[in-house]
Design a protein around this ligand. Structure first.
Ligand SMILES: *[C@@H]1O[C@H](CO)[C@@H](O)[C@H](O)[C@H]1NC(C)=O
Ligand SMILES: *[C@@H]1O[C@H](CO)[C@@H](O)[C@H](O)[C@H]1NC(C)=O
Ligand SMILES: *[C@@H]1O[C@H](CO)[C@@H](O)[C@H](O)[C@H]1NC(C)=O
Ligand SMILES: *[C@@H]1O[C@H](CO)[C@@H](O)[C@H](O)[C@H]1NC(C)=O
Ligand SMILES: *[C@@H]1O[C@H](CO)[C@@H](O)[C@H](O)[C@H]1NC(C)=O
Length: 456
């Protein structure tokens, strides 16, 4: 609007109004141009009273929260969450804390986490999401002090059935059971279970163990269970629940001020339907009493998830879930040649970067393959997204470590040339210290799906 500026002072007020209107018009158009993709879902949800649902970046909006610690529990859809966080980190140039090679792709699980397990090229981190046994003091030492803590739980019955089949050949407590029978194990668990042997954490209160608790406290120790629940409540801003994965993601999106695009996912690390077993009510209740602390955790955080959802408003939540599912369908169709991808067993997957880890000959963990003609009419960026969406945990971890190490070395090499007179910062030998954990306003909820760790 230069003409307006040239006018004499008398018309100044008028001109300012015009400038203002022009500014509004330009802002609106640029908003439309930049956020065209989001606009339809943003508007739709806005009319349904979801106050926090808006596009990023928009003026005056809270920036996306980027410091996140996700405690990856076993067999809870947590691999799907990890993949989502890996992709978010890559898109936003964030640093993901990854394990040193000696720890494999997990932080030396089942040992209690310490910051010595973290690869120096992945420091200081924004995000941590690989399997570990939680240790609050060490996590606070590693992560920035405004880190938001999240985890995921799964209904104890289906979770234990999944653990029993997945770790059947690894966990001694399960291997001892005649005929690999879940019923036989639950009939007399003390006959097969040894609390102190290798992999015993897969055989009792696995969620409690992963969260840093004592899996072997008896059900009668109510004070212990209550104290442990309260501690998890204090540390975690959101406890997702696998059975309500999409609803949990809606809460996550609001908690972190993220976009709908940031929570798109493809389910990973699942068994074939034929390796799943449905439970009789009797069996489910035996599982609950054998895993009594996990059962209390689940009930507590499932209730808290639904309280948080009701605060957001059922109509708003339902709307966002629908928008998420529609966006997901569109993405899947564009990635997988106009239709949903077919699940395949590992042996059928041609691209070895996409083959999921297999726990044993008895359970088939399915994955996806890319159509061979994916590259036709696709930008390399789009191809990359499609590939990463379905990349299994072990391979994605390796890819991330490679790119982050490269970035680390580049920045390390650049420094001497640019500022040769200053003392170079050596490779960090001790970790930065951070203050107390900051709790966010939101309470706890929970969602979980399970992803297994390649069992070591
Ligand atoms: C990430 O880094 C790349 C390369 O340095 C840069 O081009 C890109 O704009 C950055 N993206 C974000 C979201 O910061
Ligand atoms: C194991 O299976 C065999 C054959 O199916 C059966 O005869 C035997 O009774 C089973 N054992 C137990 C403890 O269920
Ligand atoms: C979770 O909580 C909701 C609300 O109280 C309840 O309807 C649902 O049955 C619970 N889910 C499970 C699997 O217990
Ligand atoms: C890829 O190939 C399949 C069958 O070979 C075909 O049906 C599909 O339309 C192709 N997709 C693209 C994007 O060319
Ligand atoms: C968090 O860290 C920043 C800088 O590292 C510091 O200024 C701030 O006071 C810390 N906040 C808390 C609550 O410890």
């Amino acid at each position: 609007p230069p003409p307006a500026l040239a006018r004499p002072p008398l018309t100044l007020q008028m001109s300012q109004r015009k400038i203002f209107l022009v500014f509004i018009a330009i802002s609106t158009v640029s908003l439309l141009l930049h956020h065209g993709g989001h606009l339809s879902w943003t508007m739709e949800a806005f009319h349904l009273g979801c106050p926090a649902l808006r596009s990023h970046p928009a003026p005056g909006l809270k920036p996306k929260h980027t410091n996140v610690a996700f405690l990856k529990t076993h067999k809870t859809a947590s691999t799907t969450m990890q993949n989502l966080l890996f992709r978010f980190a890559e898109r936003n140039n964030l640093t993901v804390a990854l394990p040193v090679q000696a720890c494999s792709h997990q932080f030396c699980y089942p040992r209690s986490f310490t910051s010595h397990f973290v690869h120096p090229h992945t420091l200081p981190p924004n995000i941590v999401t690989s399997h570990m046994r939680f240790n609050k003091a060490e996590m606070q030492r590693l992560m920035p002090n405004n880190t938001i803590y999240i985890t995921i739980l799964r209904e104890p019955g289906s979770m234990f059935e999944s653990l029993f089949s997945y770790y059947n050949q690894y966990c001694q407590s399960f291997k001892r059971v005649p005929n690999g029978s879940l019923e036989a194990f639950l009939e007399e668990p003390w006959l097969y279970y040894r609390h102190d042997e290798k992999d015993s954490m897969y055989a009792r209160n696995t969620l409690t163990f992963d969260l840093g608790g004592d899996k072997d406290r008896p059900a009668t120790d109510v004070a212990y269970a209550r104290g442990f629940l309260a501690e998890v409540d204090r540390v975690y801003s959101l406890v997702m629940i696998a059975e309500y994965f999409d609803e949990s993601l809606v809460l996550l999106r609001h908690l972190l001020s993220w976009d709908l695009d940031d929570i798109l996912y493809v389910k990973l690390n699942m068994r074939t339907p034929s390796s799943k077993k449905s439970l009789t009510p009797g069996l489910a209740s035996k599982i609950r009493s054998w895993n009594s602390i996990d059962a209390l955790l689940y009930d507590h955080f499932n209730a808290s998830l639904w309280r948080q959802l009701s605060v957001l408003g059922p109509a708003c939540v339902a709307r966002e879930v629908k928008l998420l599912q529609r966006a997901q369908e569109r993405l899947m169709k564009s990635c997988f040649g106009g239709r949903m991808p077919l699940l395949r067993s590992a042996a059928q997957i041609k691209n070895k970067d996409l083959r999921p880890w297999q726990p044993s000959g008895k359970v088939d963990i399915v994955g996806y393959d890319l159509p061979v003609n994916l590259s036709r009419g696709f930008s390399s960026q789009a191809q990359e997204l499609c590939l990463k969406l379905i990349m299994p945990e072990v391979q994605y971890t390796r890819v991330l470590l490679r790119t982050q190490s490269l970035r680390y070395r580049q920045s390390y090499q650049l420094r001497p040339a640019q500022q040769s007179h200053t003392i170079q910062q050596p490779i960090r030998t001790s970790l930065p210290r951070h203050g107390q954990l900051q709790r966010t306003a939101s309470g706890t909820g929970s969602t979980s799906t399970s992803k297994p760790a390649a069992g070591t």
